[in-house]
Design a protein. Structure first.
Lengths: 197, 197
């Protein structure tokens, strides 16, 4: 299989991390997340979002969206519960990540990586939204070892992706002890890989 | 079951539409999408996103995120394919909807409903993002009757929600004939309900 990938992208790391857990072999093709020219030509037929990660199977079928890809490969493995309600809780956290977490915390980090100085009002809006997401995680992780199903799943992989690099976007994690404990638990899973791997 | 709901919300309509198809009975409790005070007290223990829809089961368990809720209830019904890859394609379109469609098209409509006049640069950014999402849908629906699995699924319910009211946010659909044909096919499904129902 071929993974259109980016080494700095937390979304791509999710797929690489699950593949590492499962021992899945694949080829990586690096795309820039800063220069996006040529995305339509390259990914237009493969992924409506024109984003990385995009996965191309050996038979030519393709799949976009990091959380759809990990859901597909995690089915029937320890990384996705068999219980229907627990699977829905995994999805709840994955959708939370894409709507209420990534657009704030990942984008603030992207601005720092790309050397972009946004208007102050935009920077403050990112800080507000990202802080709300971290508070929601902190409240939940105060009572739970992992996000869903009381075990390490693709929900944890989804939220770890940009939470563990949140300080790069200006979100300090000192005041979130439950999140810090959870980050340590995720990082100590057998087969854990770095985003820079 | 109790659904924390909003009549103007396309995200809530997705759940009401699937429940109508499946003949599921539930109680609705209307929350304002404009005055969000009290959301933490009301939804804090139920849904980390503090958003509607939030569903509370009779045994007290709860689930947030419109697309996680519809995925849960669609399993084992005609509205979600049994095939693992087709289910992943449904998820791909649901995540596309939440990341690349809703933040532009639903928010532009929300501004119009709430009487908010955003800064011109923000309005243009919404228009650009929403247009990109509509173009991706138009390209796919030029070759397919429905978004995933070649049949009507919760992926179509997810994208119909805010696409059919996109003109309320300033997105005209005249130049998207494939989308307009698909909107008609979705609206002609047995048991189709209006967002205002």
């Amino acid at each position: 299989m071929l993974l259109y990938d980016s080494q700095v992208s937390g979304n791509c790391w999710k797929v690489r991390q699950l593949f590492a857990h499962l021992g899945i072999e694949y080829e990586r093709r690096e795309l820039s997340v800063i220069d996006r020219s040529g995305r339509r030509e390259l990914l237009g037929e493969l992924n409506p979002g024109l984003r990385v990660p995009t996965l191309v199977f050996d038979d030519g079928r393709s799949l976009g969206e990091s959380n759809a890809i990990t859901f597909y490969f995690a089915e029937g493995t320890p990384y996705l519960p068999d219980d229907r309600f627990e699977r829905a809780q995994v999805l709840q956290w994955q959708f939370f990540e894409q709507y209420s977490h990534e657009p704030y915390i990942a984008v603030a980090r992207f601005w720092a990586i790309a050397g972009i100085t946004p208007p102050e009002a935009e920077r403050e809006a990112k800080l507000r939204g990202g802080t709300a997401a971290l508070r929601a995680m902190e409240a939940h992780l105060g009572d739970h070892e992992f996000l869903a199903g009381e075990r390490y799943t693709i929900a944890d992989i989804a939220l770890y992706a940009y939470t563990h690099v949140a300080p790069e976007g200006g979100f300090e994690l000192e005041s979130y002890p439950a999140i810090r404990g959870w980050l340590d638990r995720v990082a100590s899973q057998p087969g854990h890989i770095q985003i820079t791997d």
